[in-house]
Design a protein. Structure first.
Length: 486
């Protein structure tokens, strides 16, 4: 069976309260559960609690940077906003994935055993979960650290190597503390964080809007194939944000089994979609006023001097809120790979590794640029992965047996053939291959080359993975018992 990961004592919630605050998931206490099944009597909360959790993670400066990048790519403001809305629609499937949490009482990293098998999922999580988590933690730490360096300099402190190391470690400590304490602490902390960040960025928006050029057009408007290629690249760039959250069930699994699926999906998707669209559009609007090639310096140039430290702090804490969710899931991913370690310890191990990568990136080389470029390729993997997961939910009608998913023995219903579900493995591989043929980032695939650089990796990967998985699994699922209906 999977690790129980009891970091603290277990307990039972009130039998009379339909939404008890259980001993195993209490704010300010290290979360007891890891990848093990959360029993029904320990479930609590309401779907609407998911909104501030996702909003706090997505009211952030990086969204503005991405929005500004769309203008730098040559799009007009109207085209950029259209791309932002279309790319952000990929929050809808992330909402769908979240409904599997209450149904199973397990995180996404365990639910994926239904798609890839016990052993096959370990390989899937190692690449598609844990490794990507480490990269994202390092990138976010670096982004927060750069803003913090400026804040330290404004305080009159020279940012030598020792100071930079200290800043990175302090930011990492705050991030990992939230990740270690876990789910209930996030649910408690994130609403006020979301409100504070919203107020801060609303002030930024006010200053940007008073100076923005709403009718601004590129000096050389894109047309024809160049326009289509840029639009496709922009949508892929925006979609890579929501698609990086294929672990959305991690944050919904404590909800009661009876929680409305529509509400779970809706609050999750809305929590990412709404702030994502608003902040990314604000970044695009800001690019009509300042040079978003140097976004932090450009934005500070139009903000009053008294507000600059507040803005920098918002960058830091917004990134911490986002990164804590990634760190939290990285600990679950490490367990799902078969590493017998407590979730809290896994978070600390992954965080320490990410700190090393961050320091190397900031102090030694241009490694951060390389990682950033590589992450542009993540949609090649994340698109097909999301497609397989969503298709599995639809095929099973979201019926998942949590305790059975925790069984890692050859007798498990999810052992399949030698521990591998070849339907999932083949569908994911085919989807990645199709996406790779159509991609145009660090390299240009043959399909993209034939289309003059139009990147269709996102729709190609999703379509191939979803259709092949549905074809291969349909007959198998007809004859399988997948557990009681959620």
């Amino acid at each position: 069976m999977g690790s129980t990961d009891r970091d603290s004592g277990t307990g039972r919630g009130s039998q009379t309260d339909p939404h008890p605050e259980t001993d195993t998931d209490r704010p300010g206490r290290i979360e007891a559960h890891g990848i093990d099944h959360v029993p029904d009597e320990e479930r609590h909360g309401r779907p609407r609690e998911l909104f501030p959790v996702w909003a706090a993670a997505n009211v952030n400066y990086l969204s503005m940077v991405v929005g500004g990048a769309l203008i730098l790519m040559g799009l007009s403001l109207g085209q950029a906003i259209a791309v932002i809305v279309l790319g952000s629609l990929f929050w809808a499937p992330i909402g769908l994935l979240a409904v599997s949490g209450p149904a199973s009482g397990t995180p996404s990293e365990v639910i994926a055993r239904a798609m890839y098998g016990i052993r096959g999922n370990r390989v899937n999580i190692a690449v598609n979960g844990w490794l990507l988590c480490i990269c994202y933690i390092a990138l976010n730490l670096a982004a927060a650290a750069v803003a913090a360096f400026v804040l330290v300099e404004k305080a009159g402190i020279e940012t030598n190597s020792g100071v930079k190391i200290t800043v990175v470690v302090v930011i990492a400590a705050l991030t990992l503390a939230i990740g270690v304490y876990g789910h209930a602490t996030m649910v408690k902390l994130y609403p006020p964080i979301a409100i504070a960040l919203t107020v801060t960025f609303a002030v930024v928006a006010a200053y940007v809007c008073t100076r923005a050029g709403l009718g601004r057009q590129p000096a050389e408007p894109l047309t024809g194939g160049a326009l289509w290629a840029t639009l496709a690249a922009g949508i892929t760039l925006i979609a890579s944000g929501p698609l990086s959250y294929t672990n959305s069930a991690d944050f919904s699994r404590y909800l009661p089994r009876t929680a409305s699926r529509t509400a779970v999906a809706g609050w999750t998707a809305l929590g990412g979609f709404l702030p994502g669209v608003l902040l990314t559009s604000l970044g695009a609007l800001a690019a009509t006023v300042v040079d978003m090639a140097e976004p932090q310096a450009g934005l500070e140039g139009i903000l009053p001097s008294w507000f600059s430290p507040v803005f920098l702090l918002a960058i830091v804490f917004g990134t911490i809120a986002n990164n804590a969710m990634t760190a939290y899931s990285s600990g679950l991913a490490l367990q799902a790979m078969g590493v017998r370690v407590r979730r809290s310890v896994g978070v600390l191990v992954d965080g320490a590794l990410a700190v090393v990568v961050t320091l190397y990136a900031l102090l030694v080389s241009d490694f951060l640029d390389t990682v950033g470029n590589l992450l542009q390729l993540t949609v090649v993997v994340l698109g097909p992965s999301t497609a397989v997961y969503a298709t599995d939910i639809l095929l099973r009608r979201c019926r998942y047996d949590g305790p059975a998913l925790g069984d890692e023995t050859p007798g498990s219903p999810f052992w399949y053939t030698g521990g591998v579900n070849w339907a999932g493995a083949l569908a994911l591989t085919a989807g990645i291959a199709a996406a790779a043929l159509c991609v145009d980032t660090l390299y240009t695939g043959p399909v993209a080359r034939a289309l003059d650089g139009v990147d269709l990796s996102l729709p190609a990967g999703i379509a191939v993975a979803a259709s092949l998985y549905a074809l291969l699994m349909h007959r198998s699922l007809r004859d399988r018992t997948t557990g009681p209906e959620a």
